[in-house]
Design a protein around this ligand. Structure first.
Ligand SMILES: C[S@@+](CC[C@H](N)C(=O)[O-])C[C@H]1O[C@@H](n2cnc3c(N)ncnc32)[C@H](O)[C@@H]1O
Length: 276
């Protein structure tokens, strides 16, 4: 399991308080109340932003009665959007303390603290004790966790009978060069990536049933390419708001992921699975 300090070699996780710089640039003061929509341009650390969360809500059949666990909740974007859009309750578990603390502050400023609970911890350590949930969602997190048998066994145990999990994650498409393998390990903190059928088998081995896998590879290749182009087009703004070092670091991260998709090394999947 990648520890939280090495996680910072992935520049997406460096200086996450940059979202406050963006809000400041928009004229929103440090302690001012916020709407969820104020944050969504900046707080979704996965592909296709709130659209992906809406699709997860649909797949999970989320209602105001649904209790959802989010594994790897970043600075809280998906959890807040899910709770705001469906009125469900979300428990958001995040490994990195700085991300979790910021997530909790932003959620409080949105007035959502009664519906989104933030917890800092490693999901593999079962920081929730014996609590179980109607559903689990996890966007671009499991790529950081190579211990898949342990991970999916924990996920299975966290679901109530009949509960569902939605996962968005990487899959392996082609053989990486040595440089690409190192970029994946260091800059993307992704030490292991299975192909689609191996992924399916891991879930079946953990006891999941009805494993449905949607291939997102083409869509995520386009998204990461467009994200890179949009970031480059806003370089002047980015340097002004976040400084040159962070801008260059994020540019390198966006270029690295776009390249891994464009070169056919990695693809993506959206998975819906259920426990009996
Ligand atoms: C790419 S970010 C996605 C964050 C969030 N899901 C989103 O889409 O905005 C992946 C997150 O997973 C977290 N993470 C990785 N391994 C974890 C673990 N074992 N337990 C909890 N969180 C983890 C990372 O710290 C990081 O914040």
């Amino acid at each position: 399991m990648a520890q939280d300090q090495s996680m910072k070699t992935m520049r997406l996780y460096d200086q996450v308080e940059r979202i406050l710089n963006e809000l400041h640039h928009l004229g929103i003061d440090e302690d001012a109340p916020l709407s969820v929509e104020d944050l969504t341009p900046f707080d979704q650390y996965h592909y296709h932003g709130t659209q992906a969360v809406d699709e997860a809500a649909h797949l999970l059949g989320a209602t105001p009665q649904t209790e959802i666990l989010e594994i790897g909740s970043g600075i809280g974007g998906p959890a807040r959007h899910m709770a705001n859009a469906t009125s469900c309750k979300v428990t958001a578990v995040e490994l990195q303390p700085d991300l979790s603390t910021l997530a909790e502050q932003l959620t409080g400023r949105c007035g959502l603290a009664d519906r989104v609970e933030h917890l800092c911890g490693n999901a593999l350590d079962k920081p929730l004790g014996d609590r179980t949930f109607d559903a689990i969602m996890s966007f671009l997190v499991f790529l950081h966790i190579p211990a898949r048998a342990e991970l999916f066994s924990v996920c299975h145990s966290l679901l109530k009978p009949g509960g569902s999990i939605v996962i968005e994650d990487y899959i392996k498409l082609g053989e990486p060069s040595d440089k690409q393998a190192e970029d994946l390990r260091v800059k993307v903190q992704c030490p292991y990536v299975p192909d689609m059928e191996t992924y399916r088998q891991h879930l079946l081995d953990a006891g999941f049933v009805s494993v449905e896998i949607e291939d997102m590879s083409a869509s995520w290749t386009a998204f990461t390419g467009e994200r890179l182009a949009a970031y480059e087009a806003r370089r002047e703004h980015n340097v002004k708001v976040n400084g040159e070092d962070l801008t260059d670091g994020l540019h390198d991260f966006y270029a690295t992921t776009a390249g891994l998709f464009a070169d056919g090394v990695i693809g993506g999947v959206r998975i819906l699975a259920r426990r009996d």
